[in-house]
Design a binder for this molecule. Sequence first.
Ligand SMILES: [Fe+2]
Ligand SMILES: [Fe+2]
Length: 509
Amino acid sequence: MAKRTRETSRRLQAATSRKKAVATTQAPRRIDIDRGLARALVGLAIITAHFLVIHMDDLQLGPARLLTEGRPLGTLVLLLAIAVFLGVYLRVQRPKLIGSRSRLAVFGTLCIIPVLVARICALSGASPYLVPLGAIVFIIALCYGTSVAATTGFVVALLTGLALRQPGETATAATAALPLFGGAMAWMFGARRIRKRLWLFKIGFIAAAIQLWLAIGGELALGQELTRQGVWAVVNGIITGALLTAVLPIIEYMFNVNTEISLLELSDLNQPLMRQLGLHAPGTYHHSLVVGSLAETAAEAVGADPLIARVGSYFHDIGKLQKPDYFSENEGTQGSRHDALSPSMSALIIGAHVKDGAEMAEEQNLPPAIVDIIEQHHGTSLMEFFYHRSKSENGDAVHEESFRYPGPKPRTQEAAIIMLADTVEAASRTLPDPSPARLEAFVHKLSMGRLLDGQLDDCPLTFADLTRIQQSFVRVLTAIFHSRVAYPGTPGPAERSPKQPAEERTAPV
Ligand SMILES: [Fe+2]
Ligand SMILES: [Fe+2]
């Protein structure tokens, strides 16, 4: 017993140091000068592009005068200051964004669109409320989060004001840039929770009201007469709402992001893949629903995304549709098809459901976050039943690696939670007497098994998260097992003979 405890604590320490080692290898250990230079060049290109856009009408002055004239020089000084501020902010808040040249280039392009439209409006005399600042801030909020969108919205509003400015005149710039920024903030907050397409129209009306309020307030504060710009401010908000409603799926596809709308659509059990699963693999369908409620509750407990956890769980085993009868939960009374197969052939068939599922998900255009979950839901875990069966048949000549899933290991909180929920759900069906205390010990043992096997090495879960996840699993499982009350005259769960269940032969899969 003492030896087993020592062995467990040794393996736990090894898992902890592996997690630390992963964290260390993921941290930047040295400055890569070439990559740093490339990122600096992208940053410089973004600043130059903004400068040229703001001063597109001064380009005929030539490079020498452009850099010595007071106004362009002032713009350049301001742009450099803004670039340093934004660069430091993004390096702290979004190191991945600043670390990738392509992502930085996309971000820079998004920032320049309102400035370019503002300058064209200023030169052509069109209303400054044609500037799509709200739409751009909305996209930035979807892609990079609300805090980056708020900061970027402020900076781009400043640059938009500069671009709107006519020589010797500042009022238009000030009275338009401020309302545009106010409307953009409505879009930033709105991007956090979009559960219905109609919600985008609502945000549009809220943005329109804010813009009207600030436009009138700005004109009055500057002692101007009220103009028609207030009407344009309202039109801007409403048209932005209508346009974003129409092009939201394109934005999701182009920027590889998911709103809650598309995830909620996928959580509909009438979705074609889910209907096929219910029809051809009813055991897997039921298993996926239970994994969904386990994962959703656990995701809420640790602050992960519960909707992604639930939808990811629904689709995690769709690859089983290729050969549903080979999976224990779909076996009828005819017995296991694996009895006639060699263990290595069985492992190949079982392991293939991961790759098949990812391919089916890609064909159906499911979001990349769901495809990743399908690929990662088993990590590189061992198909123990077939491994041990092969070992008993062939002795020590069996390679463990041939009986492991292809991976990769879970890389997000949601993928790791689904791996644990999958393991716990599949194995819990074998419990003969699932009292809360037994469930607790059972869930703990399975979770520690995954941890000690190194399956949680690449995900950002902490040990405290792992405890919370286990607690929520026990709560949900207790509720599920408690509701399975035996009818009078039939044996209760504890009385049933603990026959060797089919799941145990291949579970968890
Ligand atoms: Fe599963
Ligand atoms: Fe699976």
